[in-house]
Design a protein. Structure first.
Length: 231
């Protein structure tokens, strides 16, 4: 089984970022990871960029990174090219990078933010995965981990409809199997959604989705001329 998002998913995700003028989001991620690697801080990439790489193409203007110690990671980022965000103890801003919300030059620009999440913390019924590897190459959550985190966040706060939508659309985009290895805390709700999606009997097979161990995926590569070098 492949352990990382497919190259075709990456090509489409890279095209989306080019088309929506949001390549600064990926650039911000790679900039942040270089800082974290310098100080031997492990990471996992979650949020909208990882959703894109796993096959659900939707816009994002932020970078979401899981780290073992949010306070330490935020301090190192602030001392190395990032600015603090007023009123937040878990986010920093990449002052030199912005994106527009929506298509067209009249849409407002926003500064790309890096939002840090504490590995091992409890949000909803499950614990957030804990990062183990410090690397300047993006370490993506697996599909099963990503869907689990999304469903757990939604369970913690039903107003987070984007998290629920991400989980459902990822299941559809990857034709995720019924027995995908999601966290046991969200397994029942995952299977209820799966049964609802495939009530007509058009059921995907195990080979339809990436279910293997965690890997770096293809963010930061130069697949088909897209993406950025991590060097």
């Amino acid at each position: 089984m492949p352990a990382k998002p497919s190259a075709s998913f990456h090509k489409r995700a890279a095209f989306l970022r080019e088309a929506t003028g949001s390549t600064n989001v990926e650039k911000t991620l790679l900039k942040a990871l270089k800082v974290l690697k310098r100080f031997d801080i492990p990471h996992l990439v979650c949020g909208g960029l990882t959703v894109q790489e796993h096959g659900y193409l939707r816009f994002t203007a932020n970078v979401d990174i899981i780290v073992p110690d949010v306070r330490l990671a935020r301090e190192k980022l602030r001392l190395n090219g990032f600015a603090g965000k007023r009123g937040s103890t878990t986010a920093v801003r990449n002052a030199g990078a912005s994106v527009r919300f929506g298509i067209g030059t009249t849409k407002p620009k926003v500064t790309v933010e890096v939002r840090l999440l504490q590995g091992g913390s409890r949000i909803g019924p499950m614990l957030v995965p804990s990062p183990r590897m410090a690397s300047s190459t993006p370490q993506l959550l697996t599909l099963a981990e990503l869907i689990s985190v999304k469903l757990s966040h939604y369970a913690a706060n039903p107003a987070r409809l984007q998290d629920f939508a991400d989980a459902v659309e990822l299941m559809k985009a990857t034709r995720a199997p019924r027995h995908l290895g999601v966290n046991s805390a969200v397994r029942d709700v995952y299977r209820r959604i799966w049964l609802w999606l495939y009530a007509n009997g058009d059921q995907p097979t195990q080979s339809a989705a990436s279910t293997g161990s965690r890997s770096s995926g293809t963010l930061g590569s130069r697949t088909a001329g897209k993406g950025l070098s991590t060097e």
